[in-house]
Design a protein around this ligand. Structure first.
Ligand code: KIV
Length: 294
């Protein structure tokens, strides 16, 4: 009976034709995905439900919410309580995609104990299936501890936005010269070492951000877990963008690596201007939007 139940769970959650579009995306499916992995960010129920309906594999509740949700200039002010709240909003709207919660600044850097507890909050209170944290080799022990608690971990190396103050801005990484002290950029070999360290610590996939395409390709060849690129070229085994950027909803200038697949800002502005002019002209609400006596 137990075996049978186990098999039927697997059948409904992981297998469809050729296993290329599972009915429910899981961490093991992502780790071994038979085609490029599609990922986007969401911070609320409605957007999450739309991304899920469109067939996105992985939804990241990123600390990038600092800009579109909070109007902040970087991700550092985002707190654990805020991440838990947004994770719960997102998971309420998702049936198929695998949802990953971002670990915000200072939620995992102080101690591995705090890191495990905070990762656990995102799972227990936020309902996510896995967590993401920034940093390479120096965070291998932290990743190992979270994985030991049976929480799937996504690594994040290259341009790590929580390092904005050390880098003095957002800078393409992997450009530092070997052997030279450079706060702005890590070297190619440091980033390759980061990728290997994150893989051997047990992460099941790795976000690679803001590195030259050749380095993105080299990392993708070097490690066996899937790489998810953002500004890391076309050779990564998946891609991620901030949804507000790719939909043309961001009010701030987007980085070079963003392709705008829509212009929702324009659509919102046109709709609201239409509403304002109809209300002022007395044309809305018309009879079709009003209740009669009977
Ligand atoms: O916070 C975030 O949204 C991210 C992705 C852009 C990778 O870390």
């Amino acid at each position: 009976m137990k075996n049978h139940q186990h098999r039927s769970n697997k059948d409904t959650s992981e297998s469809t034709s050729l296993n290329a579009h599972p009915l429910r995306v899981t961490a093991p499916w992502l780790a071994d995905a038979p085609r490029p992995i599609t990922c986007l960010t969401a911070y609320d129920f409605t957007m999450a439900a739309l991304l899920d309906k469109a067939g996105i594999d992985l939804i990241l509740v990123g600390d990038s919410l600092a800009s579109p949700m909070q109007g902040k200039g970087n991700t550092l002010p985002v707190t654990m309580d805020q991440m838990v709240y947004h994770c719960a909003c997102v998971t309420a709207g998702v049936q198929r995609a695998f949802v990953v919660g971002d670990m915000p600044f200072l939620s995992y850097q102080v101690s591995t104990e705090e890191a495990v507890r905070n990762a656990g909050r995102l799972v227990q209170e936020g309902g996510v299936g896995g967590v993401k944290l920034e940093g390479g080799a120096p965070f291998a022990d932290t990743i190992r501890a979270i994985v030991r608690a049976e929480i799937p971990v996504v690594g994040h190396i290259g341009l790590t936005p929580q390092s904005v103050n050390r880098m003095g801005g957002y800078r393409v990484q992997g450009k530092g010269k070997e052997g030279e002290k450079n706060f702005r950029s890590r070297t190619r070999s440091q980033i390759l070492a980061d990728a290997r360290a994150v893989e051997s610590a047990g992460a099941f996939c790795l976000v690679v951000e803001g590195v030259p395409s050749e380095l993105g390709a080299e990392i993708s060849r070097e490690i066996s877990i899937p790489t998810i690129g953002i500004g890391a070229g076309n050779s990564c085994r998946g891609q991620i963008l901030v949804t507000h950027d790719m939909l043309g909803l961001s009010l701030r200038e987007s980085p070079k690596f963003v392709k705008q697949f829509g212009n929702l800002q324009e659509a919102v502005l046109q709709s609201v201007v239409g509403y304002v002019s109809e209300v002022i002209a007395g044309n809305f609400p018309g009879p079709e939007h009003s209740y009669g006596d009977r």
